[in-house]
Design a protein around this ligand. Structure first.
Ligand code: AMP
Ligand code: ZN
Length: 432
């Protein structure tokens, strides 16, 4: 097996040795920022407090609220002249979070991204189309840099304009692409509409990520686009994509532990959970200079997949993101995550590529209505058949989320599509 980066072949001991050295450097560097300078001094902490990797637990967590409070430059550790790029997190509410990079930071990030892509068989001979927004969203420039670093002919096709995307794929003989899962499902349905056979299209590999999606969604994407799809995880606070990535085994994402320190905690007690148990992912940058972030609470829920990976890499694997701690819905006393709904819906062959969970209020009671697009060839005139399908879906949903939501079957393309990451929940309840 060839590795793009020697760290991929490191043993557990080698990884942990590098982590300890890098953690000390990161803490020292972080303390040059106004935010950590103050916070660490107040706690009496410094690089010397880090005696072992376990010492990280003495450092307080960093939250999204901390990053917001430090907006725009309180986490920066170098003079502004050394910064060359700023990204921002996609949060739609509250003040944004700005992440600043030095030239060296961008270099490390591009290398991490190239490493991910190399791991799934992308090489410089590939033609790579990056179907993602090029702006503050890190899936544009972040993935782009990795593809160029590998030496691929890289096409920054951006988001939207589906027919032009398909034309580029065909004209340029695109063999690998990056696309967010909800858009991949949509693109698949457009291919079908155009009468194109995905198996005759050139792409063989897709990177999918940036938003939660189920295994059912992945399998559909693979079928609709006629390729292998690999899960790509990252967040702006940790650079963006390139934090964790699936190998050819397609069973969990290796976290690049030489560059990120990984913890999984119980979000209520804030204590670590045992391997295999679901909790909140907490990450620390180990190789970032312009803006190190220590023990960042990502809100993303996942678990460590125990045991060795057949690919030979010992960087630990995390499971696909099950949802965000703040995504959990509580309706009629039942807790559930949008991904549980997706899992049920996409297991029905009749169901098309889009859905929406609507939270509404009738007679003072919270209700859930699940709008489900049906595939064109299943949107039959036979009202009885539709009714029966509606009931089957409602029953399966009840088994999963423990109450029966209203199910509304609608035609393909009748649910509005978001420009970027999919909006899966619409809350139209009266506020206050
Ligand atoms: P942003 O930094 O604004 O692009 O958003 C990062 C967030 O997107 C993460 O914290 C996750 O909630 C979500 N995300 C990114 N990649 C994935 C993935 N592969 N699966 C599920 N959620 C993801
Ligand atoms: Zn592996």
């Amino acid at each position: 097996m060839t590795f793009y980066h020697p760290a991929e072949g490191w043993s557990r001991e080698e990884i942990e040795k590098a982590q300890l050295t890098r953690l000390r450097i990161s803490v020292q560097q972080a303390m040059r920022s106004p935010f950590y300078g103050k916070r660490m001094a107040a706690q009496g902490l410094g690089p010397d407090s880090i005696q072992s990797l376990a010492s990280i637990r003495d450092i307080p967590f960093t939250t999204k609220a901390d990053l917001r409070s430090g907006y725009p430059f309180d986490f920066v550790t170098v003079p502004q002249a050394e910064l060359v790029r700023l990204h921002a997190s996609s949060g739609t509410t509250g003040s944004p979070v700005a992440i600043c990079h030095t030239k060296a930071d961008l270099n490390t990030w591009a290398d991490l991204m190239a490493r991910c892509m190399h791991m799934i068989g992308i090489r410089k001979e590939d033609v790579f189309q990056n179907i993602a927004g090029y702006g503050l969203f890190t899936g544009g420039l972040g993935i782009h840099a990795g593809a160029e670093r590998l030496g691929c002919l890289t096409i920054p096709s951006g988001a939207g304009n589906t027919r032009r995307q398909i034309k580029l794929i065909r004209d340029m003989n695109v063999t690998a692409l990056h696309i967010i899962p909800s858009y991949a499902l949509y693109l698949g349905s457009v291919l079908k509409e155009m009468g194109l056979d995905p198996r005759e299209l050139p792409p063989r590999i897709a990177l999918i990520g940036a938003e939660p999606h189920t295994e059912e969604a992945r399998q559909r994407i693979e079928y609709l686009l006629g390729l292998k799809a690999y899960n790509s995880y990252g967040l702006s606070e940790m650079n963006g994509p390139g934090v964790a990535f699936e190998c050819l085994g397609q069973n969990g994402m290796h976290v690049w532990e030489d560059c990120y320190l990984l913890e999984i905690i119980n979000p209520r007690t804030l204590e670590p959970v045992p391997d295999g148990e679901v909790g909140e992912l907490v990450l620390t940058t180990l190789s970032r200079k312009g803006m190190p972030v220590l023990r960042y609470r990502t809100s993303d829920l996942t678990r460590i997949i125990p045991g060795p990976c057949p690919c030979g890499r010992v960087h630990r694997r995390i499971d696909r993101i099950l949802g965000r701690a703040d995504d959990m819905l509580i309706i009629k006393g039942c807790n559930f995550y949008p991904m549980q709904v997706e899992q049920v819906l996409l297991s029905f062959p009749e169901v098309g590529q889009n859905y929406l969970i609507v939270l509404e209020e009738t007679d003072g009671m919270d209700q859930v209505r699940v709008q489900v697009e049906l595939r064109d060839d299943h949107f039959v005139e036979d009202v009885r058949a539709l009714k029966a399908l509606q009931q089957r879906i409602a029953h399966r949903l009840r088994d999963e989320i423990l109450f029966t939501p209203k199910v509304e079957l609608v035609q393909t393309n009748s649910i509005p599509k978001a420009e970027g990451k999919a909006v899966r929940v619409s809350d139209i309840r009266k506020q206050g």
